[in-house]
Design a protein around this ligand. Structure first.
Ligand code: ZN
Length: 84
């Protein structure tokens, strides 16, 4: 019982964290030119805007979740207290 409480992670937060990380990886790949080989400048620009928006949205979802989720706000309060 105790172990479950201590290792409790928010599934929703984990998912959003993974999502925003994934979109960031894709954005970096795009910036590195990995995904745009053979694309014209305009195509590349469109692709960049699309991925940037995707990342911004995923990151925003993550922030909103952390603000609204009871488990996450409990965890961050707990972390702050143990860090102090
Ligand atoms: Zn949460």
């Amino acid at each position: 019982m105790d172990a479950t409480v201590k290792t409790a992670v928010c599934i929703g937060h984990e998912r959003l964290l993974k999502e925003s990380h994934q979109t960031l990886v894709e954005l970096n790949e795009l910036l590195a030119g990995v995904l745009t080989i053979g694309m014209s400048g305009k195509e590349r620009e469109n692709e960049f805007r699309k991925r940037q928006a995707k990342y911004a949205k995923a990151y925003n979802n993550l922030l909103n979740h952390a603000r609204n989720c009871e488990l996450c706000s409990f965890n961050s309060r707990f972390n702050m207290r143990s860090a102090a």
